[in-house]
Ligand binder design. Structure first.
Ligand code: ATP
Length: 610
């Protein structure tokens, strides 16, 4: 597997960090700073987990100090009160914390908006009150003393320097795991759901499951950090794990840069050491602390590390170096067998393939109402395998609703939908994607926080399998799948003439390119059926002709197409069958020729002529 540029940068970063970790204690004149470095290492472990949760999954938690505290107190109680081995206590603490995180995360992560923030904030307050009130178990407000140090055989981690080695080894491992996850299939899925949860779901990313898993994983990071803290300081007190520390942790993530593991390291190092560095300023230190934070966020609102990297990139690269591919070049390309320059109806009819009689999709009597509006009413039609079937109708006829019903975005009030002989009503979009269906959207839903190539790789989520543990550890099987997905994604991009744009942020593409990107993202999983919702809307004539040609090419690769489109030229030129909707009901079904002569369609839909 070829390691990408980001992989090389990460390896370089890790090498520099490793050297720094080794040399730092040697360069210290004051051993007090070793203690500060240890607290930075502990905070780094929490912040790496929190960065993955906030910056990647897009879920803000104000309760991670509580998970930190649960880890610390569980380790303390198990070792002191019950005489457990400290390592076993650390593992059990992580299990307890992950169970609590699962119980809290499962209901709250289903909700959108600020519910998780409110729920985790409340949880942190409650956890703190419990720690203070249960003084017979936790030692109450005065804390819990006498926690034994960790040890490996007779080697006891009982000094700052020994704990430095242990804490920073764990922090280093945490950073490696975090980087691995962030660059993996799961990391792409998390960033996709951060950018657009519904679209990510439709690409096969199980958004709710991923959010809960990420929440639990970040809680485990916090718990391990808490256990290390307890065994390092041998004393735990409720003050350390209060809501203010949760806010400080989130601030570390934001200041460092939300979508960057290196940013998390910077945020943790900077905000943990700043009060110590400013201690000589006495009563003015809080003013300076606030002032420095404000300055950082004004000049690098995306966070310090991403901000600095972006500015470096800007100066290193030539301005406007991008060799933007014009549509004309694309049409003239030797490999492109599109229909440019030829009237659509003539060009495409000759290329029309025979559809089989097998039915790949059966819509049986489905209805869907929104309040008093019947968006789909007793719709019944079939899509033949290997065909291009078009769904047309005036605005508000129910076309997109039908697509959303088929794809599981909406549940029908009545009726059944059969895909490849399976009833798919009630399934979630990510489950339907895994069965071999893909789609595009009427309103573009590009993941604009990742590159063009990564967008397409997210499209392959449904046909790939690297999950959380594999994505963190990167065993050989991981690389094998990544290589395959990358090759497929590059092939899909080149099919749509976007291979040169692969490494650009997706938000830099033009509207027409983004339309093609959505289609590339949909075909990468080699679906049996693809639902295209207005693929030529907003495009000029030449672009529409290009897309029409590409739709025919998609069909010639063996994918059945269900097309929703207003452009009658495109529809009549490339469709095998046309289904016409009006006010949620089907008013006609037939070949393009039949539809063009259908009186009902002519009067009800177009008021005279097609
Ligand atoms: P267009 O060609 O303009 O995209 P369409 O044929 O795709 O139209 P739909 O978007 O399916 O039509 O809408 C059909 C009807 O259902 C419209 O009256 C619309 O307002 C309504 N509708 C669709 N989605 C929703 C929703 N989520 N909530 C409420 N009403 C909806």
């Amino acid at each position: 597997m070829r390691i990408g540029l980001s992989g090389v940068k990460s390896l370089l970063g890790l090498a520099i960090l490793a050297v720094f970790i080794v040399l730092f204690p040697l360069a210290l004149s004051n051993p007090y700073y070793l203690n500060v470095a240890n607290i930075i290492g502990i905070n780094t472990i929490i912040v790496v987990g929190l960065t993955l949760l906030i910056g990647y999954a897009g879920q803000v938690s104000l309760g991670h100090a509580a998970f930190y505290g649960i880890g610390a107190y569980t380790s303390a109680i198990l070792t002191v009160t019950y005489g457990f081995n400290p390592w076993l206590a650390l593992v059990l603490a992580a299990l307890v914390t992950s169970s609590i995180a699962f119980i809290i995360g499962t209901p709250t992560l289903k909700l959108h908006g600020h519910y998780l923030v409110m729920a985790t904030l409340g949880f942190n307050l409650i956890a703190n009150i419990i720690i203070v009130q249960c003084d017979s178990v936790t030692g109450g407000p005065s804390g819990f003393p006498g926690v034994p140090p960790l040890a490996i055989g007779s080697w006891v981690f009982d000094s700052d320097i020994k704990m430095y080695c242990l804490i920073w080894s764990m922090a280093f491992i945490g950073i490696v795991l975090g980087l691995n996850l962030s660059m993996s299939r799961v990391g792409r899925g998390l960033r996709a759901l951060h950018s657009g949860e519904s679209a990510a779901n439709c690409m096969g990313v199980p958004a709710s499951k991923y959010k809960v898993k990420m929440f639990v994983l970040s809680a485990v990071f916090a718990s391990v950090a808490g256990s290390l803290y307890a065994h390092y300081l041998s004393f735990v007190s409720p003050k350390t794990f209060d809501i203010f520390f949760s806010v400080e942790l989130v601030t570390m993530v934001i200041v460092g840069g939300m979508g960057s593991i290196w940013g998390g390291l910077f945020g943790s190092a900077f905000l943990t050491s700043l009060p110590h560095l400013l201690s000589s300023l006495d009563e003015y230190k809080d003013i300076f602390y606030g002032f420095i934070l404000v300055v950082i966020l004004i000049f690098t609102p995306e966070g310090f590390i991403p901000g600095i990297l972006q500015k470096l990139d800007f100066y290193l690269k030539e301005k406007g170096q991008r060799n933007k591919k014009r549509l004309d070049d694309f049409l003239d390309e030797p490999g492109f067998n599109g229909v440019a320059g030829i009237p659509l109806a003539d060009s495409c009819s000759s290329k029309r393939l025979e559809a089989s009689n097998d039915i790949i999709l059966g819509i049986n009597n489905i209805s869907k109402s929104f309040g008093g509006i019947a968006a789909a009413s007793s719709l019944t039609f079939d899509v033949q395998k290997g065909s291009i079937t078009s769904l047309i109708g005036p605005n508000g006829a129910g076309k997109t609703t039908t697509i959303n019903l088929i794809y599981g975005v909406y549940k029908p009030n009545l009726g059944t939908i059969i895909f490849r002989n399976n009833r798919i009503n009630g399934l979630y979009p990510y489950q339907i994607a895994a069965m071999g269906m893909a789609r595009t959207f009427q309103n573009l839903q590009i993941f604009d926080n990742i590159t063009v190539l990564e967008n397409v790789m997210v499209g392959a989520h449904a046909i790939s399998h690297n999950e959380f543990f594999v994505s963190m550890l990167h065993p050989p099987s991981y690389w094998k799948e990544e290589k395959l997905i990358r090759e497929k994604a590059l092939e899909a991009l080149s099919f749509f003439g976007l291979e040169k744009e692969a490494d650009l942020p997706a938000c830099q593409l033009s509207f027409g390119e983004q339309k093609r990107l959505e289609m590339a993202r949909a075909i990468v999983s080699e679906p049996e059926l693809i639902l295209l919702d207005e693929p030529v809307a907003g495009l000029n004539r030449a672009e529409s002709i290009t897309i029409a040609g590409l739709i025919m090419k998609i069909r010639s690769r063996g994918t059945t197409v269900l097309l929703v489109e207003h452009d009658i030229n495109v529809v009549m030129s490339i469709s095998d069958k046309v289904v016409v909707l009006n006010y949620g009901t089907m008013i006609a079904e037939g070949t393009p020729i039949q539809i063009q002569k259908n009186e009902l369609v002519l009067s009800a839909y177009l008021g005279g002529s097609l």
